[in-house]
Design a protein around this ligand. Structure first.
Ligand code: ADP
Length: 269
């Protein structure tokens, strides 16, 4: 990743302080919050501040322990062990971020237990060895507390060794700054998009609240920066991804018309 500057992250509460404290005390971190609220960006910023390499694994429902730990591969007639990302992080003393760990298979708890608790060890059955995590290693797992979770299967003793940091959507003033900076739109435009996002999050309709994330507001801003009207941008970037339901789409279009006036000037980058 080179020596680029700090990834742009605006703190919402005391999350940076909690992260640093947990890191120094070798505690694993549970990052809770809806998708698109800034979890990944936050971990990137912290890895930069703590001067540690960051290994990120986007978890999915086929992700197995072998995907995390490693496997023997056939190379030119020879079998060769290849470390998985978790093993690499353990050896390097990296921050290992398991994004959306809820998606991973249940059997991954076998490795999360000894790594997440005081042992800080990674058992590699196929090699018949157990690795001690190098200094600096930190396990960070993110999940959406609303969902079924492999974390529910973690022993209490392991969960209690982890520190929870809850990240919600940023408050309006922070989210405005973020949308303006990330999309390159004027503060007024960012502010109107945030007001729209807030309105959608207030709806009682199941499923909608979380999807009007900071990420989709930024995407709408990016379309505006390309010259689309705010209404067209919001229909494409906010309403479209949110739902396929026709009446819901119509309702969102109305909401967009209410909150985004056509007289709003297109933004300058
Ligand atoms: P998550 O990992 O929770 O799904 P991301 O970290 O990918 O979400 O955040 C989505 C986008 O929202 C990021 O690309 C970033 O531009 C923006 N973002 C959200 N919250 C913040 C914040 N507090 N500071 C800076 N950018 C943020």
């Amino acid at each position: 990743m080179g020596h680029a500057g700090r990834p742009y992250y605006v703190p919402v509460g005391n999350e940076e302080q909690v992260f640093r404290a947990a890191y120094r005390q070798n505690l694993a971190i549970l990052l809770k919050g809806p998708t698109g609220c800034g979890k990944t960006r936050f971990v990137q910023a912290m890895a930069h501040d703590l001067n540690r390499p960051l290994v990120t694994v986007a978890c999915h429902d086929d992700l197995t322990t072998a995907d995390l730990v490693g496997r023997f591969l056939l190379r030119g007639g020879e079998t060769e062990w290849v470390d998985g990302p978790l093993t690499r992080a353990v050896r390097e003393g990296a921050i290992c971020y398991l994004d959306e760990v809820v998606e991973a298979r249940q059997d991954t708890t076998v490795v999360l237990h000894p790594l997440g608790d005081h042992r800080r060890q990674l058992p590699i059955d196929r090699l018949g060895l157990t690795l001690d995590a190098a200094p600096g290693f930190c396990l960070v797992v993110s999940y959406n507390p609303g969902y079924q979770s492999v974390l529910k299967d973690l022993k209490d003793s392991t969960r209690q060794r982890m520190v929870a940091i809850e990240l919600g959507f940023p408050p309006p003033d922070v989210e405005e700054k973020v949308v303006a900076a990330e999309a390159g739109v004027a503060p007024d435009t960012a502010s109107q998009l945030v007001v729209l996002g807030q309105a959608i999050r207030r709806l009682e309709t199941p499923g909608l609240r979380e999807v009007a994330s900071t990420r989709v507001l930024i995407a709408a801003g990016q379309l505006i920066a390309e010259g689309l009207t705010p209404r067209a941008a919001a229909r494409a970037a906010v309403a479209g991804p949110l739902t396929d339901d026709l009446s819901l789409t119509a309702g969102l279009a109305q909401l967009i018309d209410v909150y985004l006036g056509e007289d709003l000037a297109p933004a300058k980058a």
